[in-house]
Design a protein around this ligand. Structure first.
Ligand code: UDP
Length: 479
């Protein structure tokens, strides 16, 4: 286990994006309440990666803000080996209602998971004491729940994944996790109420929507010249003599874009005026990058001059996702077999993660340059990439699955494709946006407004407060 260093961040910094009345309420009401409640106590978060994926992304946003309100906040990361992550990936798939690999989820796997987590545990257990609250994120650290409960520590389990409808796979995965969680967790937090299994007591179930950091390198405003400079410097678009580009790091310093993308392509890089259809996702079967590619080939390529850019993290760098390389390899193989003319318009882009802030800034530039952003996931816990594109006023075409339907109001703040496997419907929606610039602009503007109204970090602090306070109360009562 290792600790992720956190720098406190003041909420006032967000005043340039969050409306003044909301900032005022935070400063006058919420922050003082939090400081009083947590005097002498720690909030400790535990997950399984500090980079790549939505959970790490969100913790990088919320934890510095919590620390900035004066509440001692720490973040620990559970370390595991490939066997552990293969198992937790299996759980992840089954919680989404899919089989994933052919492996089992029996008491043998439970023992394996507990063993790995138990080897991580001493470092955490030395640092917590009764009165602290530990927030465990997702399945990976779940075996810590009984160990913490035994010591009288308040435990919150935050589940970022799920599906609305149960099936044999979700039942199997929930049965597996139940052993670790039931009776050991004081409060459960889900992205949607429908994701919770029926053994979670309704009075311990909270619903909290994720949020994004508007000033992070991933979302901050970028000038057109910085966007073009970053993209051409990375090799993503053709160099048009745009010059150097920079972004602002979270510590306030300005940094030049120096990152090169790893790109699978056969033709030339597109020039700046070629419309780009962009999907940014981990290389995961549920993100259906292959489906986006086939939708493009079969229903978009002939009807527009756009190029397709499928963008994900460099597979060498995401340790808790062993499937990434396989998915990218399979996609590359399919891509290689395509006829030249269409293949030249499809670019598979991997972004190095060794500098996560610059990676985020490059994702930012890519999303801002996109003519259409897609998120054609087959299942999606929430889908932060959608929120990110909404905040950037992009027109979005996304599957009507999971948390995406809580974000996009169909044909108002984006387009929802009701059947995520319907390539024709998907292609049609993308072409509709490409052909109608006014419509695209209206969708983008509504999306941005909705992101500001609902998905900025201040909107979840209230519920987090209540959740953590209640967990502390229940733990103190020995419930
Ligand atoms: N992401 C990134 N670099 C990449 C690909 C993805 O920073 O190369 C980020 C993306 O911008 C988003 C997060 O990873 O913030 C993915 O979160 P999401 O909720 O969309 O999906 P998850 O990966 O959690 O299933």
């Amino acid at each position: 286990m290792f600790e992720v260093p956190l720098q406190p961040r003041s909420l006032e910094q967000l005043a340039e994006v969050i409306p003044q009345d909301r900032i005022q309420r935070l400063a006058d009401e919420i922050a003082p309440r939090m400081r009083e409640m947590f005097e002498g106590k720690n909030i400790i978060n535990v997950n399984s990666t500090d980079k790549g994926g939505g959970v790490a992304e969100m913790l990088h946003v919320l934890l510095p803000l919590t620390l900035g309100t004066g509440v001692p906040t720490r973040w620990f990361v559970v370390e595991g080996d490939p066997v552990f992550f293969t198992l937790t990936k299996r759980l992840h798939h089954r919680l989404h209602g899919n089989k994933g690999d052919n492996g089992e989820l029996t008491t043998v796997e439970q023992g394996l998971m507990s063993g790995v987590v138990a080897r991580n545990a001493p470092e955490l257990l030395q640092k917590v004491s009764p009165g602290d609250v530990v927030i465990l994120h997702d399945p990976q650290p779940a075996p810590l729940a009984p160990m913490l409960k035994e010591r009288g520590i308040a435990v919150v389990w935050r589940c970022h994944v799920g599906v609305d409808k149960d099936n044999e796979y979700t039942d199997e995965a929930w049965g597996f996790l139940r052993t670790f969680l039931e009776g050991n967790v004081d409060e459960y937090v889900f992205t949607r109420a429908s994701y919770a299994p029926d053994w979670v007591p309704p009075d311990k179930l909270r619903v909290i929507k994720p949020s994004i950091d508007p000033l992070a390198p991933k979302n901050q405003d970028l000038s057109e010249s910085d966007i073009l400079g970053a993209l051409s410097g990375a090799g993503i678009i053709k160099d048009g003599g745009f010059g150097s580009a920079s972004f602002v790091r979270s510590d306030g310093s300005t940094a030049p874009f120096t990152m090169k993308a790893e790109i699978v392509r056969s033709g030339e890089a597109p020039t700046m005026d070629v419309p780009l259809i962009v999907q940014v996702s981990r290389w995961d079967p549920l993100k259906d990058m292959a489906g986006v590619m086939h939708g493009f080939i079969e229903h978009i390529a002939d009807r527009s001059d756009a190029h397709l850019m499928l963008v994900g993290p460099s597979t060498a760098s995401v340790s808790d996702d062993p499937e990434g390389q396989q998915v990218l390899d399979a996609l590359t193989e399919e891509w290689r077999a395509l006829p030249h003319d269409v293949r030249d318009r499809i670019h598979l882009v991997s972004l190095p993660m060794d500098d996560p802030e610059q990676n985020g800034a490059l994702v930012n530039a890519i999303q801002r340059h996109a003519a259409v952003v897609t998120q054609k996931s087959l299942a999606e816990g929430f889908g932060l990439t959608v929120t990110e594109a909404m905040f950037k006023a992009r027109p979005i075409v996304a599957s009507a699955v999971g948390g995406i339907v809580d974000q996009i109001d169909d044909h108002v703040s984006g387009i929802l494709v009701s059947d995520p496997r319907d390539l024709e419907m998907f292609g049609h929606a993308v072409v509709e946006v490409l052909e109608n610039p006014d419509f695209a602009e209206r969708l983008g503007a509504a999306a941005r407004q909705r992101a500001i109204d609902v998905f900025l970090p201040d909107t979840s602090l209230d519920v987090w407060n209540e959740t953590v306070a209640s967990a502390l109360r229940l733990a103190a009562e020995g419930d």
